[in-house]
Design a protein around this ligand. Structure first.
Ligand code: ADP
Ligand code: MG
Length: 590
């Protein structure tokens, strides 16, 4: 992953993370607020219902109060108390119920037996346990009907005024779906009445009108209210759409004995909060999308500002490493990247300057060495030449016979020394005419084998042991085997010179990365660091009859092969030369 991709990823993650965090926080806050509003609305509704419920209860109770105090009933009570026939009052409840607009009415004797029932005439003589609630406020009660069904009603029980023995009136009004229709409910709120008629939850108990509203989903809250006898609440999903969800509160309605007779369900639509949440989510997605586009643009911009120049610098550094010291980068800016580019350009300029200086110094040193050597070499034959010529001039005065003798002798000396001069000149011109290598593909190991074979006997004669280590795999290089042989020969000869009393010569060749590494080490006298520095200078020698050209030739050959040569002190105290020749890169099949 490059810098640009990393930046892009980082920006996108940051933006998306932030947007998600903000959207989540806002969404949670909004839900919190809406939940609060919902709760307020629901509890207001519950209170309202409670008031309405109480009003109904008071209405019923006051209707019964009025009835118990009515003259008609007082009359009946008086007659019954004075030996009247109970059977003759069988129909007495009917007009009274109509008069006081009651759905249920029973006249009950002091012993609890029904004298007259409006809702179920045939129940004459049956027991009515509800008279236990005589004089109490109105209460809820389940009422059995002749057709086998039952209804829930608001009841009150009163004793007829002045009756002795007491005569009771048990009357009430039905609590059903129509009871709920009177409720002023705000938009989005629905109220349902579940009558607790069956042991387990049954949709039928909501009454026929409620079926369409998906009331089945109220089962958990209704059951909780039924079982606990306390208000229960929760979010209910009638469909898969979150906008259709409602906040449901189930309120248990209890009878005289505390048992739950019905459950009132107040359902508040959550459409508002859900829509706001969805809106927030949509906005968050939009902002995140914009954020990602923004991140891409910013990272592209940063790429132009930072990563391009860095790539440019990396490319330039690569070129410097490959040997092109003239490389410069064209980055002009005032920031750190610009400073980096400027110091890079400075560095390459100083490098080239130093290299140029070094090359110059080396060149001067080489010329000095050459001049010194040339003077030295030429001085040797010149001195005998001069003496001889002087001898000949002096001999002219001698008798002819003696002069002839001196002349012949001198002529021979002159010729020898001239030949000497020719040899010297020949050597110098040889070095200047070092041929360019005729490179062909060859195995680096061959060159090593060849010198080992050639110098084996001579080394043995000088009590020098040879240790070779040659790679088992082929080491293909582009080389001129004659020139390489000459170079390796020079190194072996130098090693031999360095070990006049015998020693060990080690030659190895192996693959080292992308080069074939040839090492030639000896256990000879070794060199001081100063000597090591001058080693490759032409005509530098420490030997009486040395030419000082051997290592110069070696260096020329190796550098013509694009190789490297280095010298180091060997561990055993001698010297070690290391040559690296580039291997032919095997073509990789795509
Ligand atoms: P020459 O052999 O004619 O002296 P070279 O260029 O071959 O010239 O070597 C230059 C000098 O480097 C030698 O005179 C010698 O002092 C030193 N030298 C070269 N090889 C070795 C070696 N293996 N051990 C010690 N000194 C060496
Ligand atoms: Mg030599």
């Amino acid at each position: 992953m490059n810098l640009r991709q990393k930046l892009l990823l980082m920006f996108s993650l940051t933006v998306v993370g932030l947007v998600v965090a903000v959207a989540w926080t806002v969404s949670v806050r909004v839900r919190h607020v809406f939940d609060g509003i919902d709760q307020q609305q629901t509890s207001a509704l519950v209170n309202q219902f409670q008031r309405e419920f109480n009003r109904r209860a008071e209405d019923t109770a006051s209707a019964l109060d009025r009835m118990a105090a009515s003259d008609g009933l007082k009359q009946i009570a008086f007659e019954l108390g004075n030996g009247g026939d109970a059977a003759s009052y069988l129909q007495a409840a009917l007009p009274l119920a109509q008069e006081y607009r009651l759905d249920y009415l029973e006249l009950v004797a002091h012993d609890g037996s029904i004298l007259s029932s409006f809702q179920w005439t045939a129940r004459f003589g049956y027991r009515e346990p509800a008279i236990a609630g005589a004089g109490q406020p109105a209460f809820l009660k389940q009422e059995e009907l002749p057709d086998g069904t039952s209804q829930t009603g608001m009841f009150a029980v009163r004793t007829v005024a002045g009756s002795d023995p007491p005569l009771y009136v048990v009357g009430g009004r039905q609590i059903d779906a129509s009871f709920l229709t009177d409720f002023p409910t705000p938009a989005g709120t629905h109220v349902y009445l579940y009558r607790n008629l069956t042991g387990s939850f049954d949709v039928q108990n909501f009454g026929a009108g409620a079926k369409t509203a998906g009331v089945t989903h109220f089962q958990p809250v209704v059951n909780e209210a039924r079982n606990s006898g306390r208000n229960a609440g929760g979010v209910v999903y009638p469909t898969r759409q979150p906008v259709d969800s409602v906040d449901a509160t189930a309120i248990p309605l209890k009878g005289l004995d505390g048992s739950v007779l019905a459950v009132l369900v107040v359902a508040n639509s959550r459409r508002g909060v859900v829509e706001v949440q969805q809106h927030i989510r949509d906005v968050a997605f939009g902002v995140a999308g914009l954020g990602i586009i923004f991140a891409v643009l910013v990272s592209l911009w940063i790429a132009v500002r930072v990563s391009r120049p860095i790539e440019e610098l990396a490319r330039a550094a690569g070129e410097v490493a490959a040997g092109d010291w003239e490389t410069r980068v064209d980055i002009y800016s005032l920031d750190e990247v610009g400073a980096l580019a400027r110091s890079f350009n400075n560095m390459t300029r100083q490098l080239t300057e130093q290299r140029d200086k070094l090359v110059q110094t080396e060149r001067v040193a080489a010329w000095r060495e050459l001049a010194r050597r040339l003077a030295h070499e030429l001085k040797n034959p010149l001195f005998p030449l001069q003496i001889t010529v002087e001898n000949m001039v002096r001999a002219r005065r001698l008798p002819a016979k003696e002069f002839d003798e001196v002349f012949t002798e001198s002529a021979a000396t002159l010729q020898t020394e001239i030949a000497n001069l020719k040899t010297i000149i020949g050597r110098f011109s040889d070095f200047s005419k070092m041929p360019k290598p005729q490179a062909i593909e060859m195995d680096a190991r061959e060159a090593v084998w060849r010198v080992v074979k050639l110098y084996g006997p001579a080394l043995e004669e000088k009590h020098i042991q040879v240790g070779t280590s040659i790679a088992s795999e082929a080491l293909p290089i582009l080389g001129d085997s004659e020139l390489l042989h000459r170079a390796l020969s020079n190194l072996v000869l130098n090693a031999m010179d360095a070990m006049p009393g015998g020693g060990t010569l080690t030659i190895s060749v192996a693959r080292a990365g992308e080069v074939a590494r040839i090492a030639i080490g000896d256990t000879g006298e070794g060199m001081t660091p100063e000597e090591r520095e001058r080693l490759f200078t032409p005509y530098y020698t420490t030997k009486q009859h040395g030419t000082g050209l051997g290592l110069a030739i070696v260096q020329a050959v190796i550098s013509d092969h694009n190789g490297t040569i280095a010298v180091e002190g060997a561990e055993a105290g001698g010297t070690r030369f290391l040559i690296g020749l580039p291997l032919v890169q095997e073509e990789v099949d795509a």
